[in-house]
Design a protein around this ligand. Sequence first.
Ligand code: NAD
Length: 331
Amino acid sequence: KKLGVALVGLGKYSEEQLAPALLETQRCKLTAIVTGTPEKAGKWKEKYKIPDKNVYNYQNFDKIKDNPDVDIVYVVLPNSMHAEYTIRAAKAGKHVICEKPMATSVKDCEAMIKACKDAGKMLSIGYRLHFEPHNLTIAKFGKEQVHGKIKKVLAIDSQEMEKGAWRLDRERAGGGPVMDLGVYCVQGSIYAMGQNPVSVMAKEGAKTDVERFGEVEQTMDFQLEFPGGAMANCHTSYAESGNLLRVEAEKGWYELEPAYGYDGIKGKTSLDKLEFAAVNQQALQMDDFADCVRNKKPTRVPGEMGLRDVKILMAIYEAARTGKKIPLNLA
Ligand code: NAD
């Protein structure tokens, strides 16, 4: 039997990526929805054959505890709401997948991990690129130093953000592009290097659109330093577009551009080929989690990884604010 998944928050990512992917998964399927907008439910019920009893809102969400159709709750809400719904899901006895960035504070991440641990439930972060073959290959090159030591990484993730979006609201987003896109640069740098960074430096870019970016940064440059001194230079912005992961190793270079998309990822290299067929990242990610739950195996993208990254995101802001190099004491 396939494990049942409840999507919490029926926004763009749920509607356009996760729900369609749940039609392709082998080990799990969409069985319930949680939405604050009753008008949305009708279309979803019909399209995904969801019975009335499996439609929840934010008030009665905790009743999901009594619903055997739901094994996994997938939290796809604005960033500041991840902690509350992850904790409520764990208390309702469900395994949880939570979207990136895991939360808007280190404290929240820790509380989420504890809640899942106390409930004896698994927690995973929606880091879909850990299931994407180009990115996986770059991670393998980093981990096994296939092309010699990694000398340098360049990671860019920028996307225009329209005025009025919750992603520009500090309260709900926890910050600007650093939280939303910078997390891909952090992730990419770490798997490209095959290890965790030891310190971070950062500089916020000038605000050319103060109206749009009244609450959050418009652009951030940051530099992650790795053991041995190798650097990852990262750039993220909400006022331009860019999408790159480039690695220089002792024996050659390789890069993905775009690197972090749902599809269309392209590799180039001075070495062998770096080309793979497209996959459904979200379907692979959710099926892998279902497999981990069923067979009590650890997930490759656990809450602890989300916590590590939020620690780094917070250190980026601290570095930008103070102008100082911030040491990272990551386990
Ligand atoms: P969205 O704005 O399209 O959807 C957000 C949903 O939350 C909507 O259904 C909205 O109604 C609901 N919501 C409930 N309370 C809200 C409030 N107070 N303010 C705003 N919306 C509220 O956003 P999205 O793009 O679907 O992103 C949702 C989450 O998924 C974010 O954490 C984002 O970082 C993550 N995400 C991850 C990926 C990925 O590739 N892994 C891609 C897109 C988004």
